[in-house]
Structures are given as structure tokens and as C-alpha cells.
Ligand binder design. Structure first.
Ligand code: 13P
Length: 257
């Protein structure tokens, strides 16, 4: 692990989880977390974050009381309040018990036409509300095949991250679009190249870039977690499908060194 950077394993449940299923999953993680902290020598070597659907946030905030598991939203609006039907502000997420919010996930960039300027506004809103913004970046398969992955991600970083952010307000998640939900992952060399590139690009743009956590996301599972989490500048994972099974999410967390 790089000096001073504790890993973060984040679960993005996406649009999954009715009330009882979500509660069961959170309780199972909570039990494991509490038991691990009680048993000597079994402290997890990472922070845990779950980002359930907004309908579950308040229930899960209560269910996770006393457990060392952080709660996050999956998106927020840039404004504090107002006539924005269907949206949630960063302040509302904070009020519901969140410490983090994902912004700029490729599914929102693609499904909802969110560009860098919109993501920039959402990241600024997170900072305003006292939330850590998990800003997602990543290239498409066509962009990688065209040799443009590094440039695409550099552009997303420059356009999506407001001035004044640092390790206390920002986490960056590199999620190649073609690796999400496909079972495909980049090579270890490609992940190392991209994560070093992200840190270099952010040096000067954010305060103390060497302290910033840069997560990898895209088809992370227990069987590849040890390898991916050992890559230089990979400071954790943003996990989709495998975060929906407590045992898989837990095994990914235990793969942190
Ligand atoms: P998968 O882990 O299902 O590939 O999803 C990754 C992701 O999009 C997390 O935000």
C-alpha cells in the first residue's frame, strides 16, 4: 500500500434492492464488521462504503449504527433545493446519513447525458454539503481501441473536478466502461498505467494528490481482487455486481493488504 493511503472498498448497488433484501445485506455486512472488530487481529485493512438505492438510505443508516460501514448516495443534484422533480440534493443525502456520493458514473453519463460540466456541478455540491464525492471516469471500448484512453480520462478529470478538492473531499474511481458488468478487466499493466496517469494529472489540480484515493471499478470479484488491489496507485475498488452478495463483498475487502 502506498504511504498513508488506507484502501476503500465501495459497493455500488445500482438499482438493486427492495427493502427486506437491502436490509438483510446491510445487516450481514454489519454483523461481519462488528465480529471482525471484536476478534483480535481481524480488523479489516480497509474502509467499507455501501451505496444503496436512495429508498434504502435512512433504513440502512439506522441498521448500520455502530458498524464501521460508511453510507453513500449514487447521485445528487447540483442545487441545494428547488423545482427538480425526482432529484435529490447532496444536503438531503447528508441528512439521510450519507458521508459519500458517487457522481459521474458512466451509467449516468450515458443514460442521462451527463457531461463533465454537469458532473463538476454535482461534485461541487457534494463538497458544499460536506460529502466526499466519488467522481467516476473511464473510457469506452472504442476509445481504448483507438489509443485514446489516457486522453479521454485526462479530459474527464479536468472537466469534472472542481477547484479546491483534496483527499478529504474527493475519491476518484477509474471504471473503464467496457469492463462494467462484462467480466472483462484491463491488464494489470493497463490499470497501473491509468492509475499513475490519474495521480499525475491531479497533481496540481487537487491538494496533496499523493493522499488521494483512486479506486478501480469494473468486474471486480473475489477471484481477481487480490491481483487488482495489489497494483500501484490502486487504493480500493468500486464494486457493482459482487457487492450484492455479502460474502463476495467481504472477500474483496479481505483482499486488501
Ligand atoms: P460491476 O462490478 O458489476 O462490473 O460494476 C462496476 C461498477 O459500475 C461500479 O460502479
Amino acid at each position: 500500500m502506498a504511504q498513508g493511503r488506507r484502501k476503500l472498498i465501495a459497493g455500488n448497488w445500482k438499482m438493486n434492492g427492495l427493502h427486506q433484501d437491502g436490509l438483510d445485506l446491510a445487516r450481514e455486512l454489519s454483523h461481519r464488521s462488528v465480529a471482525a472488530h471484536r476478534a483480535s487481529g481481524q480488523h479489516l485493512p480497509c474502509d467499507l462504503l455501501i451505496c444503496p438505492p436512495a429508498t434504502l438510505l435512512i433504513t440502512l443508516a439506522e441498521a448500520l449504527t455502530g458498524a464501521a460501514i460508511l453510507l453513500g448516495g449514487q447521485d445528487c443534484h447540483a442545487e441545494v433545493k428547488g423545482a427538480h422533480t425526482g432529484d435529490l440534493s447532496a444536503e438531503m443525502l447528508r441528512d439521510a446519513g450519507c458521508s459519500h456520493v458517487i457522481v459521474g458514473h458512466s451509467e449516468r453519463r450515458i443514460d442521462h447525458g451527463e457531461n463533465d460540466a454537469i458532473v463538476h456541478g454535482k461534485a461541487a455540491a457534494a463538497m458544499r454539503a460536506g460529502l466526499v464525492a466519488v467522481v467516476c471516469v473511464g473510457e469506452s471500448e472504442a476509445e481504448r481501441n483507438a489509443g485514446r484512453a489516457l486522453d479521454v480520462v485526462a479530459g474527464q478529470l479536468a472537466g469534472s473536478i472542481p477547484d479546491g478538492m483534496g483527499a478529504g473531499t474527493l475519491v476518484v474511481a477509474y471504471e473503464p466502461v467496457w469492463a462494467i458488468g462484462t467480466g472483462k478487466t484491463p491488464t494489470v499493466a493497463d490499470v497501473a498505467e491509468m492509475h499513475a496517469h490519474i495521480r499525475n494529472r491531479l497533481d496540481g489540480q487537487v491538494a496533496a494528490a499523493e493522499q488521494l484515493r483512486i479506486l478501480y471499478g469494473g468486474s471486480v470479484k473475489p477471484s481477481n481482487a487480490v491481483e487488482l488491489l495489489a497494483v500501484d496507485n490502486v487504493d480500493g475498488a468500486l464494486v457493482g455486481g459482487a457487492s450484492l452478495a455479502a460474502s463476495d463483498f467481504w472477500d474483496i475487502a479481505r483482499a486488501c493488504r
